[in-house]
Design a protein around this ligand. Structure first.
Ligand code: SF4
Ligand code: SF4
Length: 167
């Protein structure tokens, strides 16, 4: 599928009902089988998308930062954590540390991450489709079909593999 990242949200929204129906079927799988399905597709679909041509997660979503992330980034930037907080962070409605604004302040014009080796854990793990216990984050994955083309493609492939809505 040829992606224009600007259209992903609309395309994914048009698949929302089908993907929700698919999730009901996924939830009936045992946890190990669900993990294996997602992990295999994660590796296949990741090869098809160039994150440097996308950066949609860095432009729109942004990570939740933990204390360890803040320490690492402050060290990387050679500033105190308190200065890092006042320059870059705020606390959101869920009481999590997030960037004050998006796109991420560390996203360069060429979509490279300026703090790549010290980036937050949540950035390293995004889009989470190779994590253990995928059933526990299935709702997050569903939402991510609207942000990450890799997750969208995984759900499209799962549709075929689990024989949902085949015409
Ligand atoms: S992880 Fe997904 S949303 Fe982020 S840059 Fe890669 S393809 Fe785009
Ligand atoms: S820290 Fe890097 S990887 Fe994380 S959102 Fe910012 S630019 Fe993207």
């Amino acid at each position: 599928m040829n992606f224009n990242i600007n259209n992903l949200k609309n395309i994914a929204l048009s698949h929302k009902a089908k993907f929700e129906k698919l999730s009901v079927k996924i939830r009936k799988l045992n946890s190990q089988k669900a993990d294996k399905l997602f992990h295999d597709l994660h590796h296949k679909e990741f090869k098809k998308i160039d994150c440097l041509k996308c950066a949609n997660c860095c432009k729109t979503l942004g990570p939740r930062l933990k204390d360890a992330d803040i320490e690492k980034l402050s060290k990387h930037l050679k500033i105190k954590p308190s200065e890092f907080f006042s320059k870059y962070l705020k606390i959101d409605d869920d009481n999590d540390y997030v960037f004050q604004s998006m796109p991420c302040p560390f996203l360069a014009g060429d979509n490279f991450c300026l703090v790549y080796n010290s980036r937050p854990k949540a950035c390293k793990e995004y889009p989470h489709t190779n994590q253990k216990n995928i059933l526990g984050i299935l709702n997050v994955c569903l939402k991510n079909t609207q942000i990450c083309p890799i997750v969208f493609l995984i759900f499209k492939k799962l549709e075929t593999e689990l024989q949902i809505n085949k015409k």
